[in-house]
Design a protein around this ligand. Structure first.
Ligand code: CUA
Length: 301
């Protein structure tokens, strides 16, 4: 356990924020009041000729050097303390892997379970290890005051603790392409017992296809309810007929199994008209996995 009581990331950042805001507020007020007073007191109408021509005052200059130095050092101190709290992972933190890719998040828990939303237990710190699979992304949860870039080829991290159950926004805060704005998800903070039950529940066999679509990030770009994200919705896709652009030519394609497999293996070969050619190819998917996904999509009609 920690020798000192746990300072949450929210407390650490807010303390520095309010100290700096407070000092800035007092300075703004002081400078403005002094300025208005001098404008009035030494107005040219009142004193057409300067009263004195002094250009040095040792004590005045010493004081106005020392006081701002102390204030700036105070701001630095609170900022530095806050920064250290953000970087120091509590001993009992639960590790979760977060993988950012165009354009969704994949969270992997200790037992191998994966999700697109980040589930955390209330009251226990979580240590989120961040990686990027393709380009720069940024993990940002305003409620916990954490924001950290996800950099390809490098592991970064954040930690935080949810003190109340609830749903908190999680954004990508680094422009990463056409689907950047769709990399919005949530942190779902569940009471500890509920979290443990959730973590150990095995998904129903019937949902295997959906699990794969989540795991490979498909649902970041293709909705299940007919709404448009980056690519066409999965709803009603199987068996439908679409105008596609292939080698610059428009043709009509029917979404049969072969066409759908080609759309996964070589997405650029045929692109549904009106959508960007933005999907990366997925060479690592096994035939079995594709079959499971397509069978599940079939049920979405
Ligand atoms: Cu990922 Cu913006």
């Amino acid at each position: 356990m920690n020798p000192q009581p746990l300072i949450t990331t929210t407390e650490a950042v807010d303390k520095a924020f309010y100290v700096i805001l407070g000092i800035s507020g007092v300075m703004l007020l002081g400078v403005t009041v002094a300025m208005i007073y001098f404008v009035w007191r030494y107005n040219r109408k009142r004193y057409p000729v300067p009263l004195s021509q002094k250009d040095h005052n040792f004590w005045l200059e010493t004081i106005w050097t020392i006081i701002p130095t102390i204030l700036v050092m105070m701001m630095f101190w609170y900022g530095w303390e806050g920064y250290l709290s953000l970087r120091r992972i509590p001993d009992n933190a639960m590790p979760i892997h977060a993988s950012a890719r165009m354009w969704s998040w994949l969270f992997t828990y200790e037992n191998g379970k994966t999700t697109n939303k980040l589930y955390v237990p209330v009251g226990q710190p979580v240590y989120v290890r961040l990686i990027a699979e393709d380009v720069l992304h940024s993990f940002y949860v305003p409620a916990f005051r954490v924001k950290r870039d996800c950099v390809p080829g490098m592991e970064t991290y954040v930690w935080f603790v949810a003190e109340k159950a609830g749903s908190y926004d999680l954004f990508c805060a680094e422009y990463c392409g056409v689907g950047h704005a769709d990399m919005i998800t949530t942190v779902e903070a569940l009471p500890a017992a509920e979290f443990a039950a959730w973590l150990n529940a095995t998904p129903a066999e019937a949902d295997a296809g959906k699990e794969l679509l989540q795991k490979y990030g498909c649902l970041g770009c293709h909705s299940l309810d007919g709404s448009r994200i980056v690519g066409p919705s999965f709803k009603g896709m199987t068996g439908s007929s679409r105008t596609v652009v292939s080698n610059g030519q428009e043709t009509t394609a029917s979404a049969d199994t072969d066409t759908l497999i080609r759309a996964i293996r070589q997405p650029a070969a045929e692109v549904v008209k009106g959508y960007p050619n933005a999907m990366p190819p997925y060479p690592d998917l096994s035939d079995d996995e594709i079959e499971t996904m397509l069978a599940w999509l079939e049920t979405l009609k």
